[in-house]
Design a protein around this ligand. Structure first.
Ligand code: SAM
Length: 207
């Protein structure tokens, strides 16, 4: 178990779980973790939301997730892009960690927007690839930081068999497209090869 936390393992996605938890609105009723993998983040969200749904299309991941299910958490094996049992506008908080790049960005973000309740919040933690020299410099700075964290937290690991993909978009493309699709979003490039993106969905009737 990594030092300093109760997490069973550490990696570059788990590293940003505290940022996701910090973004959960106060008095959050319903939360959805999209591409929940083995359910580690969904279990953490259980203490921040009235009820939590974790959805993943991988049967192996949902099997792992269902080994430990808090009373207010449900794990669903489904494709979040088109599964009709996920109510559009049904979630006060939607998180998607390392998952939007598994589909076309516009389609993925569009669906996440529709799942988020009016007045709710969407948080994406995502990946991109390096294109510019500055991209490479920033990514290079992540190497010692990642090694240090891994040293302190028992190595870098994750669930065996978790589906992974490479991003087909570079950092600048993601930033630009996100700002077009999600006006007013807060986009931050992070050190450990991830960006975080927080967007508050307007209430109905707000312009
Ligand atoms: C790289 S893993 C990240 C898992 C987890 N969010 C984490 O941070 O550890 C991406 C996950 O998204 C899931 N996934 C990808 N596309 C999906 C889709 N369309 N519907 C549901 N799950 C999907 C995969 O099965 C995989 O478990």
């Amino acid at each position: 178990m990594p030092a300093h936390t109760n997490d069973p393992y550490w990696n570059h996605n788990v590293h940003y779980h505290p940022a996701v938890l910090a973004a959960v609105p106060d008095d959050c009723g319903t939360a959805l973790d999209v591409g929940c993998g083995d359910g580690l983040l969904a279990r953490k969200l259980a203490s921040r939301a009235g009820s939590v749904t974790g959805v993943d299309r991988s049967p192996d991941m949902i099997l792992l997730a269902r080994r430990d299910v808090p009373p207010n958490v449900t794990f669903l094996e489904a494709d979040y892009l088109d599964d009709a049992s996920l109510p559009e506008g049904g979630y006060d908080f939607v998180s998607a960690v390392a998952v939007v790049h598994h589909a076309a960005f516009e389609a993925a973000v569009g669906r996440l927007v529709r799942l988020t309740a009016p007045g709710g919040r969407l948080m994406i933690v995502g990946l991109a690839y390096n294109r510019t020299s500055l991209d490479w410099v920033i990514s290079g700075c992540g190497v010692p930081a990642s090694r240090l964290h891994a040293l302190l937290r028992g190595g870098k690991r994750g669930p065996v068999g978790m589906p992974i993909e490479d991003s087909t978009m570079h950092w600048g493309q993601v930033r630009k497209t996100a700002r077009q699709l999600l006006p007013g979003c807060r986009f931050r490039r992070r050190l450990l090869w991830r960006y975080t993106l927080i967007w508050d969905k307007p209430q109905e009737g707000d312009s």
